[in-house]
Write a protein that binds this ligand. Structure first.
Ligand code: TXA
Ligand code: MG
Length: 325
C-alpha cells in the first residue's frame, strides 16, 4: 500500500517535471505526459516514432472534468460519459483552449477518456491535470498489456513505469466521434457497439474493419514483426501447412473451435473461447509468436459482434500492407 502511494507520488512528480510515465489502464498501457506541456508531448512523439499529426487521447480523473477540456459537451456525449466512464470509451469533442494543438495533431477536436484502472485514477487525481497518453509502444507495433512489455519495448526512454499488472480488457478503447449530428465509431474497442446503441437507442455507424477512418493512421498498425495472414477458419490448418512447407516459420492463432486439431506449424496458440479472454490475450499472443521466431502468423477473424468487432479490426490492421521494413 505505502509502496503504491509513493509510486503514485513519484509518477505525478515526473509528470509535473515534464517527464514521461507509463501508466496502466484497463485497455492497454499508456505513455503519459502532462497534457498541457507541449515539450513533454513532443517527447511522446519522439519516443514512439509517431508522426506529430497523429492525435493523442487526454486522460482525466472524472467525468466532471470533461467541461474543462472541451468547448462544449453535447447531450449525447454527457450520456455516454455518464454510462461508460470510467471505462474503455474515448469521446471526440471540440477542443477546449486548455488543450494544446500539439496534443491534437493540429485538429480542432480532442479525444478524452476516463480510464478504469485504480492506479491510473490515483495518478490522475494526484497529478490534478490531464494526461495525454497514446499506447506505450513504438508507432505501428503491438500495444503493451503488461509493464514488462513497456520496459522491453521502450526501456530508458520512459522516466517511470507504474506497474498495475496485466490490463484487463486487452484492446484499446472504443473511439466515438460526438461532434457531428450522429455519433459514429472511429475505432471499435472495449465498449461494444451493442452497448453504445442500447444506451443511445439509435444505430451507430461503424467503419468497415479494413477501412482507415481515424486521421493520421497508417494502414498497418497493431502489428507484430511477423507478417499476418487472415483466412477463413476452415482454411487455417491447410494454410499453415502450406506456408510451413514453403519454409516459413509459421505461428497459428487457432480458433477455439479447432482445439486439439493436428497442425504443421512452428508454434500454435489455441485461442480461448470467450471474446473477453480473446481480447485480453490478443496482443500477448502476437508478442509470444514473435518471440518464438515466427515470420508468418496465420489467423482467422472472429464474428464481428460484441468484442469480436474490435478483435477483427486489430487483426485486419495487423495484416495491413507494410510501407517498409
Ligand atoms: O485504450 C486506449 O485508447 C489507449 C489507452 C492508453 O488509453 N490509448 C490509445 O491511444 O490507444 P493511441 O494514441 O494509441 O490511439 C488513439 C487514437 C489514435 O488512432 C488517434 O488517431 C485517435 O485516437 N484520436 C485522437 N484524437 C483524435 C481526434 N481528435 N479525432 C479523431 N481521432 C483521434
Ligand atoms: Mg496505439
Amino acid at each position: 500500500m505505502t509502496e503504491t502511494s509513493s509510486d503514485i507520488d513519484r509518477a505525478a512528480g515526473w509528470l509535473r517535471a515534464g517527464g514521461l510515465v507509463a501508466l496502466p489502464t484497463e485497455t492497454v498501457y499508456g505513455l503519459g505526459a502532462n497534457a498541457e506541456d507541449p515539450a513533454a508531448i513532443a517527447r511522446i512523439f519522439q519516443v514512439k516514432g509517431r508522426p506529430p499529426s497523429h492525435p493523442l487521447i487526454v486522460h482525466i480523473a472524472d467525468a466532471d472534468q470533461l467541461d474543462d477540456w472541451v468547448e462544449e459537451v453535447p447531450v449525447t456525449a454527457r450520456l455516454l460519459a455518464e454510462h461508460f466512464w470510467p471505462g474503455p470509451l474515448t469521446l471526440v469533442l471540440r477542443r477546449g483552449r486548455r488543450v494544446p494543438l500539439e496534443a491534437t495533431g493540429g485538429l480542432e477536436t480532442v479525444a478524452v477518456r476516463v480510464p478504469d484502472h485504480h492506479l491510473a485514477l490515483a495518478l490522475l487525481s494526484a497529478f490534478g491535470g490531464g494526461v495525454t497518453a497514446p499506447s506505450a509502444n513504438r508507432f505501428g507495433s503491438v500495444s503493451p498489456t503488461t509493464a514488462d512489455h513497456v520496459r522491453t519495448e521502450l526501456g530508458d526512454a520512459v522516466d517511470f513505469v507504474l506497474d498495475g499488472g496485466p490490463c484487463q480488457v486487452g484492446v484499446e478503447s472504443t473511439i466515438v466521434d460526438v461532434t457531428g449530428e450522429f455519433p459514429s465509431i472511429l475505432r471499435p474497442g472495449g465498449v461494444t457497439r451493442e452497448d453504445l446503441e442500447a444506451v443511445l437507442g439509435i444505430p451507430i455507424g461503424v467503419p468497415s474493419t479494413s477501412h482507415v477512418r481515424v486521421p493520421g493512421q497508417h494502414p498497418s498498425h497493431y502489428a507484430p514483426r511477423a507478417r499476418v495472414v487472415l483466412v477463413e477458419p476452415e482454411k487455417v490448418v491447410a494454410e499453415a501447412k502450406t506456408a510451413q512447407e514453403l519454409g516459413h516459420r509459421v505461428g497459428v492463432l487457432l480458433p477455439a473451435s479447432l482445439t486439439g486439431t493436428a497442425m504443421t506449424a512452428h508454434a500454435v496458440v489455441t485461442l480461448p473461447g470467450s471474446m473477453d479472454s480473446y481480447a485480453h490475450g490478443l496482443y500477448g499472443f502476437l508478442r509470444e509468436l514473435d518471440q518464438q521466431g515466427c515470420d508468418l502468423i496465420v489467423a482467422s477473424l472472429p464474428a464481428e459482434e460484441g468484442l469480436g468487432l474490435a478483435i477483427a479490426n486489430r487483426l485486419h490492421r495487423a495484416a495491413g500492407p507494410r510501407s517498409s521494413a
